[in-house]
Design a protein around this ligand. Structure first.
Ligand code: P6P
Length: 340
């Protein structure tokens, strides 16, 4: 469990303190993380007003990955772009809402821009009108290209190469969670101050949980191994914490955040029709998987390998994922790999 902080620490101060762990750091990543926090405050304001202004409902278009675009999606996507495009900190961006890579405007582009930012501006958007928790997910890599403009290769890096990742959940409170590879830290937005204040330093996922989270709509098209695993979870056996409780909100941010806090396992598996599942690797699964791993959890593919080892080939490629408490993910892997 996290050590809930009594001292008042803003995310600005915390990211600056974390900089000491990064040899040779010049403060650019610190500034970039605070840019993310700024974008989150802007998005939060609209999310909180969504019920009051004519911003609910569909924007009428379909995004790069075929999802119906809600107006808040579009607003959030533009908010992040407008915070980031002129800072000289990122050489290229990628968004769930945009088909191709997002180039930096010519007047702001620079070969000295060291980072790459990829994001899902508002994950869980199908829940917006139902007022369920939604969120922003972000992933930051160091660039690999050298020109004035970043390239798709800068985006197509394996998850284990991330230099920072995290999310913002717009729930009963607005919480920003991030890691730079030195633990996972949570900040709660004080709307009266407009500051994210440290609320959970060094978050640790419970080693074992009693909750499993998966959409059982697809049970009939799972592999037999996964069908056997989920059936096993529901059998009565107090000695192994069974039956487990099912919880599925249908917003990845909310399901993963609950898993991080309470333990258990979140799954979005592949099916016969969609072997790669639904969730996107670069800006949904890889950042959340790193956060879970940094908090002491695991995030794997059906063969038991780490999802952070996957070498991306496409910007919006999808991947199955099984992530959560180490004991729960190990149980799942034993079934999926036939060693149970
Ligand atoms: P399903 C939301 O649209 C999302 O991308 C994730 O946030 C969520 O985990 C998933 O889709 C839910 O998908 O198929 O269970 O409705």
């Amino acid at each position: 469990m996290a050590t809930f902080s009594s001292k008042i620490t803003t995310i600005e101060r915390h990211t600056l303190q974390q900089q000491q762990f990064r040899a040779g750091a010049r403060g650019v990543l610190t500034q970039l993380l605070n840019d993310v926090a700024t974008a989150a405050k802007i998005i939060n304001r609209e999310v909180r007003r969504a019920g009051l202004t004519d911003i609910l409902g569909d924007e009428g278009s379909v995004n790069a990955t075929g999802d119906e675009v809600k107006k808040l999606d579009v607003y959030a996507d533009k908010a992040i772009y407008r915070v980031m495009d002129h800072t000289g900190r990122v050489c290229v961006m990628a968004s769930e809402e945009v088909e191709d890579i997002i180039s930096i405007p010519e007047e702001f582009a620079s070969e000295d821009a060291p980072y790459v930012l990829m994001f899902d501006p508002l994950d869980g958007s199908s829940n917006i009108d139902a007022n369920a928790s939604i969120g922003t997910i972000f992933s930051i890599h160091r660039r690999v290209s050298t020109g004035k403009h970043g390239t798709k290769e800068d985006c197509l890096q394996a998850g284990h190469k991330q230099v920072a990742a995290g999310y913002v959940i717009y729930g009963s409170s607005t919480v920003m969670v991030y890691t730079t590879g030195h633990g996972v830290h949570g900040f709660t937005l004080d709307p009266t101050l407009g500051e994210f204040l440290l609320s959970a330093e060094d978050m640790r996922i419970p080693t074992a949980g009693s909750i499993y989270s998966v959409n059982e709509r697809d049970t009939h098209s799972w592999t037999p191994e996964l069908q056997e695993y989920v059936a096993w979870l529901k059998q009565e056996d107090p000695a192994s914490r069974r039956p487990r409780t099912g919880r599925y909100i249908g917003s990845m941010i909310a399901d993963v955040h609950r898993t991080l806090i309470k333990g258990g396992i979140f799954m979005y598996p592949g099916t016969v029709k969609k072997p790669s599942g639904k969730l996107r690797l670069l800006y949904e699964v890889a950042p959340l998987a790193w956060v879970v791993e940094q908090a002491g959890g695991k995030a794997i593919l059906a063969d038991g390998s780490s999802v952070l080892a996957v070498q991306p080939t496409e910007l919006h490629q999808r991947t199955p994922v099984f992530m959560g408490s180490p004991a729960d993910v190990d149980e799942c892997a034993a079934f999926l790999t036939g060693s149970h």
